[in-house]
Structure formats: C-alpha cells, structure tokens
Design a protein around this ligand. Structure first.
Ligand code: ASP
Length: 306
C-alpha cells in the first residue's frame, strides 16, 4: 500500500481571542498549502516542513520570526529545531537574535557535525551560512512592543491563567508554529519555531529547540511538533512520547494518549500535531484552542481548525 503525501501545521495552542482566530486559521492554511505544494512537486518532507515554517515565521500573527514575543529585556530571542526521520539528524538554534527565519539555520545544521547552537554563537553560525542578519527591531511588531510595555509596567510575566485566557481573555497567546510532513519516499520530517513565552527572562529556552521535546521524527514511528508550556513539555519529553505511541496506535489515538500523559503527569498545557509512519494525521490539545491545518493527498483544500 502506498503512503499518501501529507502535511500538518500548527500555529500554537493557547487561548486565541475570537477576533484573532481568522488570522490564525488563514496563516495555517497558507502554510499547509505552501508545504503541500513542495511535496506535490516531488520535494522532500524536509523541504516541505522548512517552507511551511518559513511561511508561519514570516506571518506576524504568530509567535515566531517577525511578531514574536519580546523577552524581559525587550529583545526577540528565537528558538527553532528540525529533525530528519530518515537519518535521525537534528538541527536546532536556541535564543538566537537578528535572524528572521531561525528554521533556515536549523535546516543548515542538519548537515553539519553539530546539532545545536545557542545565543551569539547561533547568530554567528547563521551569518557563516550566508543567512542574512536583520536589525533586532525588524523582528518587533507594534502589538508586541505594547504588550511588553504593559508587562514591564506590571513588573511580571503573565500568569498561566492569563496565558490560557483566564476569565477575561486579556492575554492573546499567539503561539509557536510547527510542521510535520511525509514525502513520496515515505520520509518524515518535523520542525518547530518560536519566540518562546511572553516576557521570558533573557536566555530562557523552552521545549521548542529540543529534539524529543518540541519535535521529533522517526520514519519507523512518526513525526511530531509540539506547542504549549515548555517547562512541562520538557519534563515528559512529549514529542518522543507521542512518536513512541505510534508503534501501537494510529496517529489520532497516539496524539490523545501523549496529551493525556502531559496533563496527567505534569499538569502541562499545550498541543501537538503528528503524522505516523503510514501517513495518518493526528492532533490533540488541552488548551482552549490550537490553530492547525492539514492536507493529505486527494484533498483539494487543507482542513483548517482552531
Ligand atoms: N513551547 C513554547 C515555549 O515554551 C511556547 C509555545 O509553544 O507557545 O517556549
């Protein structure tokens, strides 16, 4: 039986206020279409994942690339990671500055002898690869500057309740982005990109650039991309757990089982998307919303949800 081409993307699992839901859905739809187009033209799962994530990083709606949250120092520090399910190679950057598309740096690292670069070393690596550096201000949008000023005034980051919408929905969590794809050779790739949590301390790194936590890919099992409260996700290594569940379960059930573990073991909040070794798509979340879109061979339009 041949494996269908497939891609699934997410734009974060938090509270998304009603007025922002259209932009989140539209951004995910465009990214799924762009990634699927790569697959349809015979491109690799790695190319499809990179293309879809670049689309999401370039869309200021999301907490990745341009439009990411600012840290306590008022600076955008980005995390991203990618994995090749055929070779088990990993590429990742943590707390990188002055780069609009950190997923491109992660992709470069897949073919290097190293797996991950952090901080100024990551920026230097990007420059050495010929990836253009930008002015730090080019990553900042007015919405995020205003949010930062508000948190600085208050002197503290938003509480978890506010993160999830609280009672008044004051905080519009915009979410990390991610993608998983399977290509015509049956190769699976997964990646995640984020600005992290709002008003995070400088240097704080969550699950997103860590393989097995924020993403994972193994042709024999599945590809997974995760979003949510990074500190909790790291503790259970959520992406790897979800992939392991695919040894016995189909993608939708594996996604649910992994999310159950996050809730149960560490009371974590978030969501994940995955594609299993047979090309089946799954997703699950325990937050009020998770923006996502997927497209599988035979579909004319991505299925978009929030
Ligand atoms: N997982 C990300 C982090 O903790 C945040 C998110 O997914 O929204 O950095």
């Amino acid at each position: 039986m041949s494996i269908p081409l497939a891609i699934i993307v997410h734009g974060g699992a938090w509270y998304i206020p009603p007025q922002d839901r259209g932009a989140h859905k539209a951004g995910c739809r465009m990214a799924a279409l762009a990634g699927f187009d790569v697959l349809r033209r015979g491109g690799s799962a790695l190319d499809a994942v990179e293309t879809a994530i670049v689309c999401l990083e370039d869309d200021p709606t999301f907490d990745a690339g341009v439009g990411a949250h600012l840290n306590q120092d008022g600076v955008v520090q980005l995390d991203a990671g990618m994995m090749d399910g055929q070779t088990y190679q990993v590429g990742a950057v943590a707390a990188i500055e002055r780069v609009k598309n950190p997923i491109r740096v992660a992709r470069h690292l897949l073919t290097s002898e190293h797996n991950m670069f952090a901080g100024p070393g990551a920026t230097a690596y990007a420059q050495a690869c010929g990836i253009p550096l930008c002015d730090p201000e080019d990553l900042v949008v007015a919405r995020e500057r205003a949010r930062w000023l508000e948190y600085r005034e208050r002197g503290e980051p938003p509480s978890e309740t506010v993160f999830l919408g609280g009672t008044d929905g004051a905080f519009a969590g915009k979410g990390t982005v991610g993608a998983v794809a399977i290509d015509q050779a049956g190769n699976i790739a997964a990646g995640t990109s984020t600005g992290g949590t709002p008003f995070k301390p400088a240097g704080r790194v969550g699950d997103s650039p860590l393989p097995g936590c924020g993403y994972y890919a193994d042709n024999v099992l599945a590809g997974v991309s995760v979003t949510g409260h990074g500190e909790a996700i790291i503790r259970v290594q959520l992406a790897r757990i979800a992939a392991d569940f695919c040894a016995k379960l189909h993608a939708p059930a594996a996604a649910e089982a992994a999310m159950h573990m996050l809730s149960d073991r560490v009371k974590g909040k978030g969501g994940l998307i995955l594609i299993d070794h047979a090309g089946r798509v799954g997703y699950a979340y325990n937050t009020p919303q998770m923006a996502r879109a997927f497209m599988v061979e035979g579909m004319d339009e991505p299925a978009v949800g929030i």
